[in-house]
Design a protein around this ligand. Structure first.
Ligand SMILES: [Zn+2]
Ligand SMILES: [Zn+2]
Length: 261
């Protein structure tokens, strides 16, 4: 049975209140096999203006010190690069200077600077949702990432599932590129702490990815507060937790055969 969390924020994420040493102690108490700390790297001008650039040197040193204590679980040094495709070459030159074990790619912004990961004040009409998914397609096509994070995050503050059928062809394209480029699909249960009490992506979308041959996954609480760590894990599908194995890749992403039920 898999017990892991590949997406967690600690002291070097501007919006997190988690202390990494406390997180590690809690994960050990709860007998996790693996946790990945994945601080934000947000490089869009409006984000740099608001939060500044975190020191990756300080961050990596801090996590490497924790790893050096030889904890009884795997602790991965990771990074979540926001909107990577918008500043790819600059971000790549920056992260290439460090030995990150897992790189998450995520879309947080639309072209008009709407942040889709926080309560949205503009209406997400079909054109905006299509733009959101096209950005995810550009991300997986253009950037070297291990994991596509929180696909569908714009729904976090919805109360009911919207009709996304008009975006089905783009979502299929995203999955085909991910499979071709061996990018894992993140199953993210952070919406449980907002109003959308569902896993993202949706079950049929996960099934589509699997039916196309996709077998690489991660699981993610995307926690920024201690009491959010693991909260919502009951949404994860049993076929994954029971049949997946940690891959031999540096990122250790989960591998689950398409036929596992
Ligand atoms: Zn994110
Ligand atoms: Zn995150």
């Amino acid at each position: 049975m898999i017990k892991a969390d590949f997406h967690l924020h600690t002291e070097d994420s501007y919006d997190s209140r988690i202390i990494a040493t406390e997180l590690l102690a809690q994960a050990i108490r709860e007998e996790y096999q693996l946790i990945a700390i994945t601080e934000h790297l947000d490089l869009l001008p409006q984000e740099l203006g608001a939060w500044g650039l975190p020191s990756l040197t300080r961050y990596t040193r801090r996590i490497n010190e924790l790893k050096a204590t030889n904890p009884p679980l795997e602790l991965l040094l990771g990074i979540e690069i926001g909107d990577y495709h918008c500043h790819r070459d600059f971000a790549k030159r920056l992260v290439d200077q460090y030995d990150f074990e897992i790189i998450l790619g995520s879309v947080h912004f639309l072209g008009d600077h709407t942040n889709v990961a926080i309560p949205i004040h503009r209406k997400m009409d079909n054109a905006a949702v299509q733009e959101y998914y096209l950005s995810n397609l550009a991300l997986v096509e253009q950037c070297d990432i291990d994991v596509l994070a929180h696909l569908g995050v714009y729904k976090r503050f919805y109360s009911a599932r919207p009709d996304e059928s008009f975006a089905g062809a783009i979502i299929k394209d995203i999955f085909e590129v991910m499979i071709e480029r061996e990018i894992a699909l993140e199953l993210n249960f952070s919406c449980i702490r907002k109003t959308y009490q569902r896993l993202i992506p949706e079950p049929e979308q996960i099934e589509l990815y699997r039916s196309l041959g996709g077998s690489l996954f991660t699981i993610a609480s995307d926690a920024h507060f201690m009491d959010h760590f693991g909260d919502g894990a009951h949404l994860l599908p049993g076929w994954l937790l029971e049949n997946a194995v940690f891959s031999e890749r540096k990122s250790r992403v989960l591998c689950c055969p398409p036929e596992a039920k």
